[in-house]
Write a protein that binds this ligand. Structure first.
Ligand code: C2G
Length: 448
């Protein structure tokens, strides 16, 4: 008996897949089809798959060509499957021509003609309504956002706003956007959502205008610098049935989310301390060091560490003290000690002081170390007293990582979900509250 194996995602199963399965089956007597697991697709950068693994397996089963279906869950599994299942022929569409030649060591490799003019990507685009997004601000993050958005299906960036018209025009021409404007009212016309990537002090006003204009909002960190403003903006969004999401990119990346569920399920016992550090040396006349633009460590750098702390320990904080070194009125170094009933946490931040940017979560039976740069989480270690129990975890982190937050933002819009478990309103408000407390200065000590 000649055994053939082929693999795929088989999302929104279409005629191209069916033709491929038919051709693969015709190569032998018995066809095994490997269907990718949801997590494997995410790992290899396929973020937009519409059907879940059960639906995709069922669709393949219904074609009637598969004699056996296996789930593909890791890199290298093809070699394992071929050997384990005694496969004679590996078959795949011609779009992969050459890519799987390494399997020739284990069986015959056949690239089958691909059906022209149809693909899951095309079907997803036709199937899913697209969200027209406008960008406010044309700086560094906005520039990263546009290419990232191209990997999220359903996202269409169509306009850019900057109070400086020439800046807006040059951004639009660089990224081939339809519209550039310095007029906020006309900017909102025709948009479904807005991404705000302007300086911190402008966020509140832009969010308010966008929500009043009926647009969903994704706003860069720190969303706002005080608790009341945050509360009011979330109230406004809720009253209008709109999504307002603080764009804390670490909160959305796959490794961070897995770390969180591992810790919450007790792999290091009870969490008793969290230490999060982040430093970025800057100098000269930059916004980060400008007191008039709310520069300083706590406004520039605290959002990721505070997100980690409130996600791990909650928002019921008993006491906070800050220790800062100032330069021209801005904190170039801040250490914040945050005390909970059951645990302690600290943030160490530097714009004029360099330190190791890692995250350590200490528990009663072990600790998690996320090495620098921990906020781009793609790797962490869980360590125990008995080093034989230590474990290292590796994950994908594609591109600049903004695609993950954008994907969650769109999913919230499509499913009418006004709150994201990845960063709840309460958590975002608590972060704004901590930054506000620091800016009030009552709990601060200044180093000489
Ligand atoms: N296919 C085809 N014609 C199309 C579209 C897809 O012949 N118009 C083929 C692909 O070449 C592949 C199979 O259908 O052999 C499944 O395609 P996808 O679902 O897009 O899966 P893919 O991302 O190609 O995964 O481990 C997974 C494999 O690497 C392939």
């Amino acid at each position: 008996m000649k055994k053939v194996i082929t693999y795929g995602t088989y999302d929104l199963l279409h005629q191209g897949h069916i033709n491929l399965l038919q051709r693969a089956k015709a190569l032998g007597d018995y066809l095994i089809v490997g269907v990718t697991s949801d997590s494997f697709d995410k790992e290899r950068g396929k973020l937009n798959v519409h059907n879940n693994v059960l639906e995709r397996i069922e669709a393949v089963r219904r074609t009637g060509y598969a004699d056996e279906i296996v789930i593909e869950d890791y890199v290298g599994q093809k070699i394992d499957d071929i050997q384990r299942l005694g496969v004679d022929i590996f078959a795949i569409g011609s779009d992969w021509e050459g890519y799987f030649d390494y399997l020739k060591e284990f069986c015959q490799v056949v690239y089958l003609p691909r059906t022209k003019g149809i693909s899951s990507t095309k079907l997803r685009a036709a199937f899913q309504e697209s969200i027209k997004i406008g960008i406010i601000g044309t700086g560094r993050i906005a520039r990263r956002f546009v290419p990232e958005a191209s990997s999220v299906s359903g996202a269409r960036i169509v306009a850019v706003y900057n109070p400086d018209y020439d800046e807006a025009v040059s951004f639009a021409s660089q990224f081939r956007l339809n519209r550039a404007t310095d007029n906020l009212l006309s900017f909102f016309r025709g948009l479904d959502a807005v991404y705000i990537a302007s300086p911190h002090l402008t966020h509140c006003n832009y969010i308010q205008h966008a929500l009043m204009a009926g647009k969903h909002v994704l706003c860069e960190i720190p969303m706002v610098l005080n608790k009341n403003e945050a509360e009011q903006l979330y109230d406004l969004a809720e009253s209008k049935g709109l999504v307002l999401l603080e764009a804390s990119k670490t909160a959305h990346c796959p490794a961070w989310n897995h770390l969180l569920v591992l810790v919450k399920s007790g792999i290091i016992g009870d969490v008793v301390d969290v230490k999060a550090s982040l430093s970025k040396l800057v100098c000269g006349k930059v916004r980060e060091l400008d007191v008039l633009q709310a520069g300083g460590c706590m406004t520039e750098l605290a959002s990721f560490p505070l997100m980690a702390i409130v996600k791990l320990l909650g928002t019921d904080i008993k006491d906070i003290r800050f220790y800062s070194k100032l330069q021209n009125g801005v904190d170039i170094f801040t250490k914040g000690n945050i005390i909970y009933r059951q645990a302690t946490a600290s943030v160490t931040l530097g714009l004029g002081v360099k330190t190791e940017g890692n995250l350590v979560i200490s528990g009663t039976s072990g600790y998690v170390l996320v090495p620098s740069p921990w906020w781009l989480t793609n790797y962490f270690e869980v360590r125990y007293e008995d080093q034989n129990q230590n474990k290292k975890y590796f994950y994908a982190y594609h591109g600049d990582g903004l695609r993950y937050e954008l994907q969650e933002f769109l999913s919230m819009i499509f499913t009418h979900r006004l709150s994201s478990y990845r960063l709840r309103r309460k958590e975002s408000v608590a972060i704004a509250g901590i930054i506000e407390l620091y800016r009030e200065g009552t709990n601060n000590t200044y180093l000489e």
